[in-house]
Ligand binder design. Sequence first.
Ligand code: AMP
Length: 500
Amino acid sequence: MNFTDLGLAEPLLRAVREQGYETPTPIQAQAIPVVLQGGDLLGGAQTGTGKTAGFTLPMLHRLMAQPATKDARGRVPIRALILTPTRELAAQVEESVRHYGKYSGLTSMVMFGGVGMQPQIDRLKRGVDILVATPGRLLDHHGQRTLDLSHVEIFVLDEADRMLDMGFIHDIKKVLAIVPAKKQSLLFSATFSDEIKALADRLLNKPALIEVARRNQTAETIAQKVHPVGREMKKDLLCHLIKSNDWHQVLVFTRMKHGANRLVEHLLKQGISAMAIHGNKSQGARTKALADFKSGDLTCLVATDIAARGIDIDQLPHVVNFELPNVPEDYVHRIGRTGRAGAQGEAVSLVCVDENIFLRDIEKLIKREIPKEVVPGFEPPSGEKAEPIVLGRMVIGEGAGRGGHRHHAPSRGGSGAPRGGDKRGGNEPRHHDRPRQDARAPAPRTAHGGHVPAQGGNRAAAPAQGGNRAAAPAPARADGNRSGGGGGKPQPRLTQPKPR
Ligand code: AMP
């Protein structure tokens, strides 16, 4: 299959050629015809599959085919709205819209919190065809009557599962109440929990269901490796790996913001250029870090999970888990940053004895053992015992149950799970102990090898396999300092920190 076979307008094909894409990815090959015909779509696909072009190209085609009715002042109304969970993803998607729409004559804008409203108001006043936004700031504009969504023809909910994880469900419902009832709706999600199914039922009308690459499958193009290492040697091992392998673009994950900051300090002292990206950083700092990293000026970008969501760097060669995530699904997301769209990538995890429990859960989830390789000079000290890992007010990990300290977390203010992070878009902690992904995840697919279900054509309902995770504890909001919804269920196996 070729892009020219899909019936896209020539200005779009030209832009695609300029991007250097030769063939459509599976999600593109399947989604583009559906969206071109005006149908609703439920897409089971995660970032890295090419889903952005999968919905953006046909969206642009449809908008180009029917020119906008301008208002009395000659301004175009907002005709397409794309909602994303994080600022980074919003920026990323809008950049893609601009690239793919370069010759379309259509305009776009990105809108998120953490930056001034006035420039956004000024931009809106000039007229915009396609708006990419995070929900909080979108609703702020709506509340201030600086935004008119009454002409939206196409509505996209991107990474819907992550939006729910982040407590955006109420905001999503508010947005749905604002946009016109008659519109084309597309919902993308990597998982299909009951909440996503309920949302899909509410939003979508006889959607086509397209799924590619099961969420918990790690792409074959990513070489995974574990370096067992002593707890105190991790920083030096990371420097050693970067220097001895001459790595120039490494995305490094830590569990916590302060861990990211401390690691950056260490890397800088060792002469390795590094910056942290997390919810405590200003939007300006986050944007600059990402831009420097993408341009190759920055060797090391140190990120926490939510902050890294949506980061899309073509052919990112190295991802390092400086600390393993306590939520095993996050491992799949993290290493999905490398080896994108068929490129080769390498994901390396530095694992100390405290994290063996996380490693076991990850291997169970991805259904394979990750090769272990001790780096000479960085062997884990013999006899090193697992220590509990403190995440905010929680203690988790291999050592958490020692000395009878493993017990259920007391409920806090009745909400069960604590909210992580800070007000301004924090991203931690999330807990290892939420209910596990179960065996009823969407049916296995080959990586990038999805298919429209055998029933063919459109299906009214979300996938039947259903619920593979319960609501996660909600990290704080990514797009401003509004309080999120969420809350969670009581967390088993969490303990209060014991004095260290
Ligand atoms: P996405 O899943 O939309 O975040 O896209 C992941 C990456 O794949 C982005 O870097 C895109 O530029 C790239 N990409 C999208 N479509 C194609 C394609 N057909 N061929 C090669 N790369 C692509």
